[in-house]
Write a new protein. Structure first.
Length: 239
């Protein structure tokens, strides 16, 4: 009986569209859970679990990863990491959560969504982005992390649908997300002292990258150049 049941599940999951439906259901459940838990309360009420020190930072990194899959904005999570753990523990926790979340989304998209979505890829820009990700995984992922206007979750699932390997994808995610993540963590750690030089420098960096992002995005919309087709990319990252 058990073998017959497991065989039935394998036959059901052998359909690409069934796996894609499972992916959509998981994402919908994650978004609903995030809406109920209200992660923004981390900034005002702190971490609800009875943990401290390294254990708390590790648990936070795992929760951060799940939250990014549920499309919770990363700036909020980064600021919370700084506010809860300071720079020294908050920054590693935030970067670890970023990489874990990207990896989790990548694995879900690769095994549950790629077979259904790859045959639907159409259009010059879409096919060009897929080709760049497949042939130049690290460089193209790094561009997606740095290029303005590319949401974090969208980059994860775009990479999952392509043929990029997991290790280059995760490495480029860590490198490309580091500066922006650090700025938000520093700002969160010094939020109680908004006039301190460290806080002002962090906010200034966030503001400058935001202005640069808007300027470059406006210019490239006019020229029709995609981030993957450009050899250079400005130092800014979307949430």
């Amino acid at each position: 009986m058990r073998r017959r049941t497991s065989g039935s599940w394998r036959r059901v999951l052998s359909s690409p569209w069934t796996r894609f439906a499972v992916l959509l259901a998981l994402l919908a459940a994650a978004v609903a859970g995030a809406a109920l838990l209200e992660p923004q309360r981390l900034l005002t009420h702190g971490w609800p679990l009875g943990t401290s020190g390294i254990t708390a930072a590790v648990v936070f990194a795992v929760a951060y990863a799940v939250a990014t899959v549920a499309f919770v904005p990363r700036p909020l999570l980064n600021a919370a990491a700084g506010a809860l753990y300071g720079i020294h523990a908050g920054l590693p926790a935030a970067i670890a959560g970023t990489v874990l979340g990207a990896g989790l989304a990548f694995v879900l998209g690769r095994f549950l969504g790629r077979d259904a979505l790859r045959p639907l890829l159409r259009g010059r820009l879409v096919l060009s982005a897929d080709r760049q990700l497949s042939l130049h995984g690290f460089r193209s992922t790094l561009a997606l992390r740095l290029f303005p206007g590319v949401p974090f979750a969208a980059a994860n699932y775009a990479a999952a649908i392509s043929r990029v390997r997991l290790l280059p994808f995760l490495t480029a995610t860590a490198v490309g997300s580091a500066a922006n993540t650090a700025a938000y963590v520093v700002a969160g750690s010094r939020a109680a002292s908004p006039t301190s030089p460290v806080f002002l420098l962090a906010v200034g960096f966030i503001g400058l990258t935001g202005v640069a992002a808007a300027a470059v995005a406006h210019r490239r919309r006019g020229t029709g150049v995609s981030p993957e087709e450009s050899p250079a990319t400005p130092p800014a990252e979307s949430a």
